[in-house]
Design a protein around this ligand. Sequence first.
Ligand code: 1QQ
Length: 393
Amino acid sequence: MSSSRAQGGQAAKSSGQPAANAGAGQQVSGDAVLLGIAVAETSNVALLGQEEVIGARIAEKLVNADGGVNGRPVKLLFQDTGGDEIGAINAFQAVINAGVLGIVGPTLSQQAFAADTRADAAGVPVLGPSNTAKGIPQIGKFIGRVSAGVDVVAPLAVEQALKLNPEVKRVAVAFAQNDAFSSSETKIFQATVKKKGLDLTLVQRFQTSDTDFTSQVTNIVGSKPQLVIVSGLAADGGNLVRQLRELGYKGLVIGGNGLNTTNVLPVCGRFCDGILIAQAYSPAVDNPINKRFVEAYNQQTGKQPPQFTAQTFTGVQVFVDALRRLDKTKRLETMDLKTLRSELNSAVLTGTYETPLGQIGFDPEGEIKQQKFYVAQIKMDAGAKSGRFVLTN
Ligand code: 1QQ
């Protein structure tokens, strides 16, 4: 079953009919089960979002190979959000109007705070594949995430840095102040630094649109840190690290979740080497679904899957598993679309799932319950044209 697209802003604007009033009809009966994938396929944020599209496509292939939703094929409706809030709102509206049962997206927390409220108001369940800021599941009853929050993931990178260099005492942090995730993550990093008895010597701010970090890196180097922690997105964060190294900084660097992609490697090149980044996924997770996922990804790319790909795969899988379960108690065709979306939301929240992230479940607010996390370190290959994320634990 091939994927298709909602009709962009057009569908969002032209539909006068509230989606919640439509019948289930073609969304399920003998036809495909529709799910929306609204992530950043374009803009700077596509450095992160591209990996999510791949995860969704692999999930579509594997769930359909397993019979879809009890015989009904699953069809993903892709809608590009671009990198900003308005793009996310429009993409959400387009897939909602097209009748999807649930949405996996958007890419950024900054976008989620804007777009998720629309889905929640329309009664459409959302699973955030990469929305890690504090407060995401609390946006509303229909909002959950398969991306563990910064509070549980970020501190692990600091612990790993201290293992690599127990001498670390002086720490500087920098963060993108116009991005909700980066502002949330830096708070956790700063609290962790203090909790560990380290000295937070400097806090520097930047914008995700910045390309020149001269003043920030000059101030950072001047504060003589032994560890620098960067919370930004791939383009800006990668550039900051490069400029920091170019100015001669030799100590440890932690990158936050916004740098968690090999797409950062062309940005910082050889200067990416050694960056520590906490992970919510390991390709080594030992269960059948992860093995199939890793194999499918590897066949396509020759590489191991990255975190955002695994999380987006998981978002689709959770919706499909929940629909399969729901269908066994109440046949999907017997419900109108509004009821079906609401029942799907309840089913998602009450299930447990064996996924590439390991076994997961949700708390009543939609926060993921996940057992294991990891820390990777970037190793650039000789020549620094390519590199890998190597797990340290
Ligand atoms: C968020 C994130 C992003 C940096 C992941 C793509 O974690 O916005 O919450």
